[in-house]
Design a protein around this ligand. Structure first.
Ligand code: ATR
Length: 275
């Protein structure tokens, strides 16, 4: 029997996940179908119960449900618990189990261009949910030097305090981070600054950037943010958010089906969608 999968969010209209997953089901000859469900926050509990009753195979969770959904699951895996958010749910033997593939999805994409991350000095700009997923995942992999710069510096400080193994990390203002930008091997933007339609905005100035640094932006609309353009002009290696988006989806697909889908194929489909 065909298994149904999906994504819940509010609003959900623009999701690229259905095309990406349905293409992977068909390519790998798996009898599944993935669709988007718009779920109002007041209906979240009912929707989750419904997913169980309807024997949905698994689903992704996006804004604004990633935190609250945990209240309605049977189990939450340990890294998702420390991140404090779930983006992937597996329905197994009548139980709903929550995972977070955002952080590891980001890291898998980054590793394609960075090599071993353990010794790298990393700066994350932003201290919201996306930063949290990436920070905790990098920390769990033994990366020691990860600073966080944020407009609201206290949020960065709180995040670092929440992560026991991160004694070498510092919370910085944006200006402090700009003044020592040459210290970092990798700079990651997790803020929404530069996202469509505000494409002229930049979250941090890159004067003094080293040519051998990597600059990575989790934004994929536009494919090249102002931050990435400036970094590219300075000779740095750049990466946009398509890799993270594709890997978080691919890792969810693998949890549901046991099959790791073809990443390059998925990337192509997403890039076509973004046009
Ligand atoms: P997400 O879950 O996608 O990470 P979020 O929790 O709303 O989203 O976090 C958004 C991040 O972008 C935060 O770091 C936010 O900074 P504050 O913590 O100071 O709010 C940052 N951000 C959003 N708009 C910004 C702006 N105009 N200038 C600087 N930082 C901004």
């Amino acid at each position: 029997m065909k298994k149904i999968y999906g994504v819940i969010g509010y609003p959900i209209g623009h999701s690229m996940s259905p095309v990406m997953h349905n293409n992977a089901f068909s390519h790998h000859e798996i009898d599944g179908y993935y669709t988007a469900f718009q779920v109002h926050p007041r209906d979240l509990e009912d929707a989750i119960k419904g997913m169980k009753a309807l024997q949905i195979g698994g689903f992704n969770v996006t804004t604004p449900h990633k935190v609250h959904v945990m209240d309605y699951l049977d189990e939450v895996d340990s890294i998702a618990k420390s991140i404090g958010a779930v983006n992937t749910i597996v329905h197994l033997d009548g139980k709903l189990i929550g995972y977070n593939t955002d952080g590891i999805g980001y890291v898998r994409a980054l590793q394609e261009i960075s090599g071993d991350l353990k010794k790298k000095r990393i700066l994350i700009v932003g201290a919201g949910g996306a930063c949290r997923a990436i920070f905790f995942t990098l920390a769990s992999l033994g990366v020691k030097h990860i600073d966080i710069a944020n407009r609201t510096v206290q949020r960065a400080a709180d995040l670092i305090t929440d992560c026991a193994e991160q004694q070498l990390s510092h919370a910085l203002t944006i200006v402090e981070a700009e003044q020592q930008i040459d210290k970092y091997d990798i700079i990651i933007n997790t803020t929404t600054v530069g996202m469509h339609p505000y494409t002229d905005d930049i979250p941090i100035s890159l004067d003094g950037l080293r040519r051998d640094s990597i600059v990575s932006d989790i934004i994929y609309n536009p494919l090249e943010t102002k931050l990435l353009k400036v970094a590219h002009d300075k000779g740095a290696v750049i990466q946009n958010g398509v890799g993270m988006f594709v890997y978080q989806g691919a890792l969810a697909f693998e949890k549901w089906t046991g099959v790791m889908p073809n990443i390059e194929r998925m990337k192509k489909i997403v890039e076509e969608q973004l046009g």
